[in-house]
Design a protein around this ligand. Structure first.
Ligand code: IVH
Length: 725
């Protein structure tokens, strides 16, 4: 064997071994080696991969620590749409479901009952035993490609155990009725280490794991990503310590994490996953039903929830529900109900789908739990945009497994609706959704002298009279120039990860600098280097951290225009809108000079945004700020050869996309146009250069374009314009 072949073989053996250790540790919770031994092998693999990058696989266990940075997520169409489930809330609705099912399938129905995990759904594609793609649900038709983030989740196998590829064909064992019957089976263990790189000293890793069944060359598997409550509490406490807004619940935290652009950060946050659904082309030939498929999926090394049952009828289903309604608080993660699925695939096919959900499955939602407690006080928080949110401070009370101390009151209308009085006895509810809320007042507990809670007319932070915009429920403090939380919040936004991502600074740094009187505005950041001595003397600031911070500020000058635009904090201009505006107007002067009509003509820019952008640039203070940032060298125009630019074949031309297309989604086509220098308009007018017409487009658009003699082109025409045919 040449040295290179030896390296390749060793890499393969290490990958296999480490994957198995991960599976043992994370999925089965039965570690077989010490952390030390694991790390030694991981280091060896890292070194080999560095030396022979040609053998480094994106699915290698070394990638479980992340490291990839994503510039926005690619949109991917689901091969099978990701549907939702119909909901039921009581026994009668479940019995009705059962009756509908049996009318079609006949009386012989078995159901699989599963916990309904409260996380976010994910679809994983495996090709030849390797994780190829992980896509979020999105709108059910297409979602975001978050593969590099999902690869960091320890319980998700990036590579399936060898030996399971379709060797023996034909139908698997019949459903045994016990998901774990395979657990102790050892007699039919595949010979896992017979391939290249098999090392004689590898331990017998597989005794004790479920007997493996063959997996298809290509399959999709769906499940739920979630975070255990303990991890959530710990991480959220850390966030609060850093004065970062805590996440409302583990689900939001998990969802926020999956959408992070830095997979190394994702790897640090302990996400977990349960899989609950398999798709493959000949799935229905391989398995008789859902239960069997899940049993097989488990044997392929996927994490499957052990609390799953095969029930022979509705009575057994109801028992399962009753049991978990009580016991759910003893789980380490949140569930918000039970999912009931018809087991038999043939029966599933007979039942089919409605537009939104399968007729062969339904979810039962647990009732939100409620309790009573006293209102201690109401505080009013002023956010970055000046919105004032009332928060109820409650006498701490146990509810659905956690201690509740605060509840959102949303706005002034909500306080009026509740007719809330000081010290009221309130009903608090914690549903699967936003936690927790006040649903009403127990009037029998009202104190005789209690006064009504009055929403303030002045800002609790700066005393300015609050305003309420027409048609909005929220009050705002209009003093955006000197109301402290607004000023601080604006600078915090400016440096935040999604904006200019200034390294070496965080929310707390900004607060401290503000308190010290060193910054009153984000433009002051570019003056900070003149105060180095004072900075170093500040508590917790040290020389090294001050230097990091100043380097971070320096580097913000390299950030692309779209980030600068987002960082300015224009109301209603989020990340995506900033990108669209930058791509369309190309530089800040064009944007500042745009009329509302100009902006409205941009694809996806509505009146609300146009108005808010207009107001921003009309303010002389903002114009001054932009002038300063320009002088300091921040990017105020798109780079000719920016990250996403693929060419300029469409420069100066405008497009409207309408209808559906064979090869690309509309999102993909609009990205293609913008990345080749073109601009998208929202409607057909004399200004338009091309209408890209797909199937099922509205006849009125077509007529209008014909009348204005605007060239109507196809998807293929567009592709050939950019030399992509
Ligand atoms: S099956 C077509 N099983 O609930 C079948 N979904 O309300 C679709 N969910 O989008 C899903 N636990 O995100 C299924 N054991 C489970 C589930 C589950 C949680 C989520 C999933 C789905 C939503 C539907």
């Amino acid at each position: 064997m040449s040295q290179m072949e030896e390296a390749a073989a060793r890499i393969e053996a290490l990958v296999r071994e480490l994957n198995e250790y991960n599976y043992r540790y994370y999925v089965l919770a039965q570690p077989v080696v010490s952390d030390y031994d694991f790390d030694i092998r991981l280091k060896e693999l890292e070194a080999l991969e560095a030396q022979y990058p040609q053998f480094a696989d994106p699915n290698s266990p070394t990638r479980k620590v992340g490291g990839e940075i994503t510039q926005g997520f690619r949109t991917v169409r689901h091969r099978w749409p990701m549907l939702s489930l119909g909901n039921t809330y009581n026994e009668q609705e479940l019995r009705d479901f059962d009756e509908r099912v049996r009318k079609i399938t006949g009386d012989q129905v078995t159901y699989v009952c599963e916990l309904k995990f409260d996380g976010l759904s994910i679809s994983l594609t495996y090709e030849h035993g390797k994780l190829k793609q992980a896509v979020t649900r999105g709108d059910g038709v297409q979602g975001d490609d978050v593969t590099s983030n999902i690869r960091t989740i320890k319980t998700i196998p990036n590579v399936l155990k060898p030996g399971g590829a379709r060797a023996a064909n034909g139908r698997n064992r019949a459903a045994s009725g016990d998901l774990f019957s395979g657990l102790a089976a050892t007699e039919d263990l595949p010979d896992l280490f017979s391939g290249a790189g098999a090392a004689a000293d590898l331990p017998d890793l597989f005794s004790g794991s479920p007997a493996q069944q063959p997996y298809p060359d290509l399959f999709e598997i769906r499940g739920e990503i979630f975070m255990h409550r303990a991890a959530f509490d710990r991480l959220n406490a850390e966030r609060e310590e850093l004065s970062l807004q805590p996440y409302a619940n583990p689900r939001n935290f998990a969802a926020g994490t999956v959408k992070l652009q830095d997979s190394a950060e994702v790897a640090k946050r302990p996400l977990d996953c349960f899989l609950y659904f398999l798709y493959s082309d000949d799935r229905n030939r391989q398995f008789a039903g859902h239960w069997e498929s899940i049993e097989a999926v488990r044997s392929w090394g996927f994490p499957i929830c052990e609390h799953t049952a095969l029930c022979s009828g509705m009575d057994e289903v109801l028992d399962f529900i009753a049991r978990w309604d009580k016991e759910r608080h003893n789980l380490s993660y949140d569930i918000d109900g039970i999912v009931i699925k018809v087991n038999d695939y043939a029966q599933q096919e007979e039942l089919g789908f409605t537009a939104k959900s399968p007729r062969w499955a339904i979810s039962y939602k647990f009732k939100a739990e409620t309790t009573e407690t006293r209102l201690e006080s109401v505080s009013y928080q002023v956010g970055r945009t000046g919105a004032v949110t009332p928060v109820a401070n409650l006498q701490p009370v146990q509810l659905a497994g956690t201690t509740v101390k605060r509840a959102s009151l949303h706005n002034a209308n909500e306080i009026m609706r509740l007719d809330l009085h000081e010290q009221d006895l309130v009903f608090v509810e914690k549903g699967g959704e936003i936690i927790p809320k006040i649903t009403g007042v127990n009037l029998s507990g009202r104190l005789p002298a209690a006064r009504p809670v009055i929403y303030p007319s002045e800002c609790p932070e700066c005393g300015t009279t609050l305003i309420r915009l027409e048609g909005e429920a929220v009050h705002y403090c209009p003093n955006d120039q000197s109301c402290p939380p607004q000023v601080v919040g604006r600078i915090q936004h400016f440096i935040s990860r999604k904006a200019l991502d200034v390294e070496g600074m965080g929310d707390e740094t900004i607060e401290a600098l503000y308190r010290e009187g060193l910054i009153r505005d984000y433009t002051d950041l570019y003056q900070l280097h003149e105060h180095k001595k004072q900075l170093i003397k500040m508590e917790r600031f040290g020389r090294k951290s001050v230097e990091n911070m100043l380097v971070g500020i320096e580097k913000s000058r390299e950030k692309p225009f779209e980030k600068v635009l987002f960082a300015l904090g224009i109301r209603h201009v989020g990340e995506t809108i900033a990108k669209k505006l930058a791509a369309h107007f190309k530089n800040i002067d064009e944007l500042a000079a745009a009329t509302p009509e100009d902006m409205n003509s941009v694809y996806e820019i509505g009146e609300r945004i146009a108005e808010s952008v207009g107001l921003f640039f009309a303010d002389p203070e903002n114009r001054k700020r932009i002038q300063v940032l320009k002088e300091k060298g921040l990017k105020m125009e798109v780079e000719q050869n920016g990250d996403t630019a693929l060419g300029d074949q469409l420069a100066g031309r405008t497009f409207v996309i309408s209808g559906t297309f064979a090869m690309h989604s509309r999102e993909e086509l609009s990205n293609l146009i913008e990345n080749h220098g073109g601009r998208l308009l929202s409607s057909i007018s004399a200004k338009l250069d091309y209408l890209v017409a797909g199937e099922k487009m509205g006849p009125s658009k077509l007529q209008k374009a014909e009348k204005l003699k605007i060239p109507i082109i196809s998807e293929e025409d567009l592709l050939s314009m950019i030399g992509k045919n």
